[in-house]
Design a binder for this molecule. Structure first.
Ligand code: AQP
Length: 329
């Protein structure tokens, strides 16, 4: 069985963007691939985090994956916490020593996040090397991701190619798996930007944990434009196009069908339908989330995921360690 690998940072509550770009893809493909689904808590501390909130967000994220349809009972599903497997950091260091600094500082995400944090840390710079380690330890065929992380997957691919050329066949070259609809859900208040869980503007992102009323309110106050025409044009009408995209993600329709359904109508009706589509999917997730949180299954899932994935990571790390000349042969 080929492998699939992805992670969602516990840097806040998960958004409908994280659902569209990450979780929904795992749910769609989980029966066909051996799936490695991890919580990248080491990535989260590349920007300041409150330790208590970070612990909580890790467990909340696991419960939300399962609530959204990830099946922890599948034999081929492995759910784990990045920091519980020390090989991620070890391999990351080796990658850091093989990555030109300029390759890291030209990453879009580094540029965006370093502009927000005046005294940004070295971890924010080397984030893509850790992500490359997260991926390449497990030889996945695909890395499901939104468009924002595509550049990081490309850096992992380049590292893998470079290592294979220099040290012999060590890594499978992974491919990003980007959804055709929902690869970039946009910020509701500033549709030029993508929706993020760590936003400062509470109206900008819809969180999977938002109460029904809040979801409706946020979507009804989404920024659109003043021409009053419903059509899909991401460059000139990012707000309206975003609403059509969210509608399609949450109803399973195509963009063309969504446009056909709403064209000629008003923005108010479009927003109401988008809110209804999101609520009717997310509210059942929240019921299931509460069940999972009360079920006491999370620790067992994480213990099993940790033990299984550490063995795979250890084997890969041993090969790399020897290839670069570390320790004893
Ligand atoms: N707006 C988005 N639309 C579609 N996909 C998205 N993803 C993130 N935002 C959107 C995808 O979700 C997965 C997990 O992302 P992440 O948590 O590892 O980090 P991120 O991409 O930096 O996500 P956020 O929400 O913006 O987090 P913060 O605010 O902490 O930086 C990835 O597949 C990502 O592409």
């Amino acid at each position: 069985m080929d492998r699939l690998l992805t992670g969602l940072q516990p840097s806040g509550s998960l958004t409908i963007g994280n659902y569209a770009g990450g979780i929904s893809q795992i749910v769609n493909y989980q029966k066909d691939y051996e799936t490695f689904l991890f919580v990248p808590d080491m990535h989260a501390i590349t920007v300041p985090q409150d330790p208590e909130a970070l612990h909580r967000n890790i467990i909340n994220a696991i419960a939300m994956y399962i609530a959204c349809g990830v099946d922890p009972n599948l034999e081929n599903m492995h759910i784990y916490i990045q920091s519980e497997n020390l090989y991620h950091a070890n391999l990351s260091w080796i990658f850091e020593c093989h990555t030109p600094h300029g390759d890291l500082t030209r990453m879009h995400q580094f540029k965006a996040k370093s502009a927000l944090h005046e005294a940004f840390t070295e971890g924010l710079v080397t984030y893509p090397d850790l992500m490359a380690a997260d991926i390449l330890l497990y030889d996945p065929k695909y890395v499901p991701t939104g468009i924002d992380q595509k550049q990081h997957v490309e850096l992992a691919r380049n590292l893998a190619i470079r290592f294979n050329n220099r040290y012999g066949e060590l890594f499978r070259i992974p491919e990003p798996l980007i959804p055709t609809i929902g690869a970039k859900i946009r910020d509701l208040q500033n549709p030029e930007q993508k929706m993020s869980k760590s936003t400062d503007n509470p109206k900008a992102s819809v969180f999977l944990s938002d109460p029904e009323k809040t979801i409706r309110k946020k979507i009804m106050s989404a920024v659109t434009d003043s021409d009053g025409i419903i059509k899909f044009d991401e460059e000139n009408k990012p707000g309206v196009s975003n609403l059509l995209t969210i509608y399609s993600v949450f109803t399973g329709s195509t963009i063309e069908d969504a446009v056909a359904k709403f064209e000629g109508g008003g923005y108010g009706d479009l927003k109401k339908a988008v809110a209804e589509a999101v609520v009717s999917k997310v509210v059942p997730f929240q019921d299931k989330y509460n069940e999972v949180m009360n079920s006491g299954i999370i620790d067992d899932i994480l213990d099993a995921g940790r033990d299984y994935t550490i063995e795979i990571a250890r084997e890969k790390y041993e090969l790399v360690r020897k290839a670069v000349g570390f320790g004893r042969i």
